[in-house]
Design a protein around this ligand. Structure first.
Ligand code: ZN
Ligand code: ZN
Ligand code: ZN
Length: 371
């Protein structure tokens, strides 16, 4: 479906024109598959899409990678380079006399530095100034992909909650591998992360699953997600967090979890079109703070999600961006008591005219498993 990429490039060019950008340069990272359906290997050989504001796009690729490119007539021309060619010179030639270039945020510094050397008259800015406003607002197809990916991790979370995924007696790392296998089995092509944090380890939001053996009498936090590709080779991410308690949960933990549950639901409900991102954060944070846990909620409420696991818009104090229909983001407050325990509750939500549209619908209550 070359039409989708042609449309995305048209919209890219009109944003470039608005911002006075003469050329967009896109290398490794999610912008390239979003615009072309091709993902560059993160290698020392340069891959770069050159998009002039008023001309045809060219994809400069190492010749040995060219067979992996699905050519899309009318979207971009392919310019393979051989092992003894100078790809920087090829790109510089395509950039020509451009005064202003926007270059992908994740482009390796070595390429940026070399391009700046060869293009002393060109002013460089961040590519995300162009691509982020485009990528952050999802169309119907993208929302459908996020919904499919969300439903897939929901099924895994359901098996976690029911006790079908064995926890007691296994290490965090073993459960993490199991989640990874299930993420693939449920239709993702890539596993992005599978955090499993037992007991006090759950007080570290991004705990690395390790050799800790999971025991009865503990809470376990699982936060996992992957990337699911569409027919055009563009991938969309899932991301979910659920907590279970093995055995009888102490009343103190139940109270903490109830506060978290209420805060998360309130932030989701607040995520209506027109609401500033920071307000979504404030609503849940106030509930957590009022319950006395404010100092234990140590991160923003959420991040945008799409072709990348973390992208705009960020749900954080200071982000005054008003939600528009199609914004997709996580709502994931957490309460982390160092040395003791922690909990987080996360859904992906899409802002829609009819109200917040959650991509994750598996039960939010604390799952209590006989153990
Ligand atoms: Zn995180
Ligand atoms: Zn997550
Ligand atoms: Zn997340």
């Amino acid at each position: 479906m070359s039409q989708m990429f042609a449309t995305r490039l048209d919209r890219t060019r009109s944003l470039m024109a608005d911002q006075g950008v003469d050329v967009l340069l896109v290398s490794v990272g999610a912008d390239l598959p979003y615009l072309t359906g091709y993902e560059a290997m993160p290698l020392e050989r340069l891959t770069m899409l050159v998009v002039p504001v008023d001309g045809d796009a060219t994809l400069v690729v190492p010749a040995l990678e060219a067979p992996r490119v699905v050519e899309r007539p009318g979207v971009f021309a392919l310019r393979p380079w051989g092992e003894t060619d100078d790809p920087i010179a090829i790109v510089a030639d395509l950039v020509g006399a451009a005064d202003t270039a926007a270059i992908g945020d994740q482009t390796w510094a070595r390429f940026v530095v070399d391009l700046q050397d060869q293009l002393p008259r060109t002013r460089f800015g961040r590519g995300s100034a162009i691509t982020s406003p485009l990528r952050s607002v999802k169309d119907a197809h993208e929302i459908e992909m996020l919904r499919r990916a969300g439903a897939a991790v929901d099924r895994i979370a359901g098996r976690l909650r029911s006790g079908e995924i064995e926890l007691v007696g296994r290490t965090e790392a073993q459960v993490s591998s199991e989640l990874g296998r299930q993420i693939r089995a449920e239709g993702h092509q890539r596993v992005n992360f599978a955090i499993v944090a037992a007991g006090a380890n759950a007080a570290s939001p991004h705990h690395e699953p390790g050799s800790t053996v999971i025991e009865s009498g503990q809470g376990v936090l699982c936060d996992f997600g992957g990337t699911m590709f569409d027919d055009d080779r563009v991938g969309y991410c899932s991301d979910i967090t659920r907590c279970v308690w093995l055995g009888d949960p102490p009343s103190e933990f139940v109270e903490l979890y109830d506060v978290l549950f209420e805060a998360q639901a309130a932030s989701v409900a607040a995520a209506t079109v027109g609401t500033p991102c920071e307000e979504v954060d404030r609503v849940g944070r106030a509930i957590i703070a009022d319950a006395g846990f404010g100092d234990y909620f140590i991160h923003r409420t959420g991040h945008g999600i799409g072709v990348e696991a973390h992208e705009d818009p960020y749900i954080v104090e200071g982000n005054e961006t008003a939600l528009v229909a199609g914004h997709a983001f996580s709502v994931e407050p957490g309460i982390y008591v160092p040395g003791r325990w922690g909990a987080r509750l996360e859904d992906i939500v899409v802002a829609a005219v009819d109200g917040p549209d959650p991509m994750n619908r598996v039960d939010h209550a604390l799952a209590v498993i006989d153990a």
